[in-house]
Ligand binder design. Structure first.
Ligand code: F6P
Length: 358
C-alpha cells in the first residue's frame, strides 16, 4: 500500500531523556520503508521557526538506538512565545509556513506536556501533527506510560540503593531529591523500587511532624538508617501555597536541603541530602524504554502511512494506539488519590508524609 504521507519533519522538544534517539529511529525507519521522506528539525520548535532542517537518510538513524539524549537537539522554546532578537514574539505562522515550504505533510513532535500543547496550537493554525509522549515525569495524559520514565526510574532507584549502604553504615537519614515538579510518579516509583522509608510527592502535602514520628519509630525498632525520597515539587501542609509561589522565583533552598535541615532540627537524627538532578536524564535507555520507543515510533509510522494525523501515540495496557491530541493537550496526569502504587507503598510501611485513606 502506498503511504498517504510523502514527507514528515521530526522534532524533539522540552527536556531531553533517554529513548529519544530510539524513538526517532523507530519513526524514521518505519516511514522510510514506506517511501516517506524524513526531515530532521534541529533544536525543537526553534529550529522549525528558524528553518533549520536536515534531510535524514537511513544511515543517519542507524546505530543510535542505545544513545542517550537527542541527536536533533532540543529546546524549551514555543512558537507562540519565542524570544528572537531581544523580543518575545508569536511566530506560529512562521513555524507553519516553514513546514509547508519544506513540503512537510505532518510534523512529528516528541515531547512532554508543553510539546503536546504546542503541537495542538500548530494544528489549530493549519498544520497536521502527530506526537509521541516523552518525559521522565510520566505525567502526559492519554497514555499509561511515557518513554524516558523507565530509564530515569532505574537511575533514581540505583541512587537510592547506593544511599542505603552509606546511610546504614553511618546510622543516618538521607534525603534524596528526585525530579518531578508537578507529578510524583518518578519519586514514587523509584522510592518503592528502592525501598525508601519515606516518599514525598507533590500530590500529597506532607506534615513534617508525621515524617519525624515515622523516622523516630524506625529508630525505636532498631532500624538505624532511613531514606527519604522527595520529589522536587513536594510541598508541606503548612506552607503549600507559599512554597508553590516561591518555586516560581529563582533562588530558593532546594527541597532536599530544607527537609534535611528541618528533620535535624526536630529530632536528634543525623541527616544528609543528595539531589540527583540531571543525572536522571542522562545515559542509555533501559531495554524497556528501547522497546517502548521502538513500538511507539513504528506505530507512528503505521499511522502516517494511513494518513492519520493530529493524534498522540499512547499506550493502554499492552496496546499502542492513536489518542486524539485534543484529549491530551493541556492536561497533566498526576498520581491520583488511592492509586495502587500508593497502596503498595502503604503495605510496606512507607510513610507518604500524611495519613492515607484507602
Ligand atoms: O520535564 C522533565 C524535567 O526533567 C522535570 O522533571 C524537571 O523538573 C525539569 O525537566 C527540569 O528542566 P530543565 O532541564 O530545563 O532544568
Amino acid at each position: 500500500m502506498e503511504s498517504k504521507t510523502k514527507c514528515i519533519g521530526i522534532l524533539t522538544s522540552g527536556g531531553d531523556c533517554p529513548g529519544l534517539n530510539a524513538a526517532i529511529r523507530g519513526i524514521a525507519k518505519a516511514a522510510m520503508q514506506q517511501g516517506t521522506k524524513v526531515i530532521g528539525i534541529q533544536d525543537g520548535f526553534r529550529g522549525l521557526v528558524e528553518n533549520r532542517m536536515v534531510p535524514l537518510e537511513d544511515k543517519d538513524v542507524s546505530g543510535i538506538l542505545t544513545h542517550g539524549g537527542t541527536f536533533l537537539g532540543s529546546s524549551r522554546d514555543k512558537p507562540h512565545k519565542m524570544a528572537m532578537g531581544g523580543k518575545v514574539m508569536d511566530l506560529t505562522d512562521v513555524a507553519v509556513s516553514n513546514a509547508k515550504k519544506n513540503h512537510i505533510d505532518c510534523l512529528v513532535c516528541l515531547g512532554g506536556n508543553g510539546t503536546q500543547k504546542n503541537a495542538m496550537r500548530l494544528h489549530e493554525a493549519g498544520l497536521d501533527v502527530l506526537t509521541l509522549p516523552k518525559t521522565i515525569d510520566n505525567d502526559v495524559a492519554g497514555t499509561d506510560i511515557t518513554f524516558g520514565f523507565d530509564s530515569s526510574m532505574a537511575i533514581a532507584t540505583e541512587a537510592i540503593d547506593r544511599l542505603h549502604t552509606t546511610a546504614s553504615s553511618h546510622h543516618r537519614a538521607i534525603v534524596c531529591e528526585i525530579m518531578g515538579h508537578k507529578a510524583g510518579w518518578l519519586a514514587l516509583g523509584a522510592g518503592i523500587a528502592g525501598g525508601a522509608d519515606v516518599i514525598l510527592i507533590p500530590e500529597i502535602a506532607y506534615d513534617l511532624d508525621f515524617v519525624v514520628e515515622h523516622l523516630l519509630a524506625r529508630r525505636h525498632h532498631n532500624k538505624r538508617f532511613s531514606i527519604i525520597a522527595v520529589a522536587e515539587g513536594a510541598v508541606s501542609k503548612n506552607g503549600k501555597q507559599k512554597e508553590a509561589e516561591a518555586r516560581e522565583g529563582l533562588i530558593q533552598e532546594p527541597i532536599a536541603s530544607r527537609i534535611a535541615r528541618e528533620i535535624q532540627q526536630a529530632a536528634d537524627i543525623e541527616v544528609r541530602y543528595t539531589s540527583l538532578g540531571h543525572v536522571q536524564r542522562g545515559g542509555t535507555p533501559t531495554a524497556t524504554d528501547r522497546l517502548l520507543c521502538t513500538r511507539m515510533g513504528t506505530k507512528a509510522g503505521e499511522l502516517l502511512a494511513k494518513g492519520i494525523y493530529n493524534v498522540m501515540v499512547g499506550v493502554k495496557g499492552d496496546v499502542c494506539d492513536a489518542v486524539p491530541l485534543s484529549e491530551v493537550a493541556g492536561k497533566t496526569k498526576l498520581v491520583p488519590p488511592g492509586h495502587r502504587w500508593l497502596q503498595t507503598a502503604a503495605l510496606v510501611d512507607t510513610c507518604m508524609g500524611d495519613t492515607m485513606d484507602f
